[in-house]
Design a protein. Structure first.
Length: 254
């Protein structure tokens, strides 16, 4: 029911282990992508409601529908959950996420031209290893991001594949480069959800393909092409593009 929406967000926040450093490192890649997507979505709402000075970590509902308030009993419980959390901007976004849920539950019309639920990527990021700190960069305790500007984040490529299986598949140790097949019958943009990654960790290189078993398994395809034993080339793709391929595989296996 609509009245349950803010309570659901509250319970999600209550369940987060904000000090789980190991989870933050384990999910460093997906957390960075989720933070980037939050910054993009929040930039869209900030621009639409002339709230650029409040971006990036702000209460979006305050600008969209200032008359909508979080019920006092929910607000009291929320403050108990937030006690001791830092920085203050993190607490502000948690309050904003609950208030946004109140706004959604109220059934008001929101512009279809604006980004999806702005707080969902941030909530998912919190659930995958806690919060962040902001100095010169956004420190996610395992990944560092440049904040950028409203303008630069508005032009960022959307990251909409937020399913847990897809996010998990993006997390791995080392420096990762993704590739998609570009040979005949495997057009990069519309071909089968088949991708390969090259992962360099501790000086060792691992080539892995995302298989129909929905996991990464060793592959020789990149090396064979480099040696001239395979005619199918692979083109580099971004993490966001890789996530789209992974999502196709996950959905197809469902």
């Amino acid at each position: 029911m609509a009245d349950d929406l803010p309570l659901r967000v509250l319970e999600r926040l209550r369940a987060i282990d904000w000090s789980d450093d190991s989870a933050a490192y384990e999910h460093a890649n997906s957390r960075a992508l989720l933070m980037r997507e939050y910054l993009r979505r929040a930039a869209g709402w900030a621009r639409a409601y002339r709230a650029e000075e409040s971006w990036p970590f702000f209460d979006i509902a305050e600008h969209v529908a200032p008359e909508v308030r979080t019920p006092s009993d929910v607000a009291v419980e929320l403050e108990a959950v937030l006690t001791g959390l830092a920085p203050s901007s993190l607490r502000k976004t948690c309050r904003g996420a609950v208030r946004w849920a109140v706004l959604r539950g109220a059934g008001g019309e929101l512009s279809g031209d604006l980004p999806d639920d702005p707080y969902e990527p941030l909530l998912l990021m919190y659930e995958r290893g806690g919060g962040y700190f902001v100095e010169e960069f956004i420190d996610l305790n395992g990944a560092m991001l440049r904040l950028g500007t409203v303008e630069s984040n508005l032009s960022a490529r959307p990251f909409r594949t937020l399913g847990p299986a897809t996010l998990d598949a993006l997390d791995a140790e080392g420096e990762i480069t993704y590739f998609a097949k570009t040979g005949e019958g495997h057009p990069q943009a519309s071909g089968p959800p088949c991708i390969v990654r090259r992962r360099v960790d501790d000086g060792r290189t691992y080539d892995e393909a995302f298989t129909r078993s929905l996991r990464w398994e060793p592959t020789d395809c990149l090396r064979l092409y480099e040696l001239g034993h395979d005619e199918i080339d692979h083109a580099g793709i971004t993490e966001v593009e890789a996530a789209a391929f992974i999502e196709l595989a996950v959905v197809g296996a469902a």
